[in-house]
Design a protein around this ligand. Structure first.
Ligand code: FMN
Length: 216
């Protein structure tokens, strides 16, 4: 009996400390004063709404505030979109033969960043506000985050179809995360692709697949 009580008290203390740690992470908007590598936070895998509630709330939105996302939200969006969720390096999204043909980029107000899932960080690609190239609808220009899913190298040609299919899983994960966190998003086929790839200095071996706007 004593042992059982001890185990229970350790469990309660562990859960309480997990709650405390979670409560400490701020949801203050990012300031983006400098254009440099953004170290992303580990995802809070104890957070969020139950899956069925998130699915019930999933929808597309086309009106966004200019308010920036928090580092926590940005980190979790990238993780659900294309992050690593297992020690073997596999991802939060499935991919035929685990080829992962897609790269994820984040277009923020101060520049375009490459998402490095292995290092869990955003790496600077080009400085400046290029949000207007991330789509053809006006809300894109001022929304705090536009994700770009881009096929790379041989994937852009040999595995183009695989890249298109994979992008559906990435987009849906982001949709469900947004529904769970009270954020808005819309997946978009339209972007100023040629201008975008040029400004990002990505040659003909890269193909734009789809974009997704996220914000409040
Ligand atoms: C492949 C694909 C491309 C889309 N492209 C756009 C787009 O360029 N612009 C847009 O506003 N919505 C786009 N959408 C969102 C759809 O319009 C939206 O999902 C549809 O109207 C159903 O609404 P719901 O997502 O709220 O259920 C796209 C959706 C998909 C799956």
């Amino acid at each position: 009996m004593k042992q059982l009580l001890f185990v229970l008290s350790v469990l309660v203390a562990t859960l309480a400390s997990a709650q405390t740690t979670r409560a400490k992470v701020s949801n203050a908007p990012m300031e983006l004063t400098t254009f440099e590598t953004i170290k992303l936070l580990e995802p809070d895998t104890l957070g969020g709404k139950p899956l069925m509630q998130a699915i019930a709330r999933r929808k597309s939105d086309r009106q966004f505030e200019t308010r920036n996302l928090s580092l926590k939200q940005l980190s979790e969006i990238l993780w659900v979109a294309n992050g690593i969720n297992r020690a073997n390096g596999k991802r939060t999204v499935p991919s035929a033969m685990a080829l992962y043909p897609l790269q994820t980029y984040a277009v923020l107000a101060n520049g375009i960043y490459f998402y490095n899932p292995q290092k869990n960080q955003l790496e600077p690609v080009v400085k400046g506000d290029y949000r207007n190239l991330a789509g053809k609808q006006s809300f894109v220009d001022t929304a705090p985050l536009n994700l770009l899913f881009i096929a790379k190298g041989k994937s852009a040609t040999d595995n183009f179809q695989g890249a298109i299919m994979d992008s559906g899983y990435c987009g849906q994960n982001v949709y469900l995360y947004c529904a769970s966190e009270g954020l808005k998003c819309v997946v978009r086929a339209g972007a100023k692709e040629a201008e975008l790839l040029k400004v990002m200095n990505l040659g003909e071996n890269y193909k734009f697949i789809i974009a997704q706007t996220v914000g409040y």
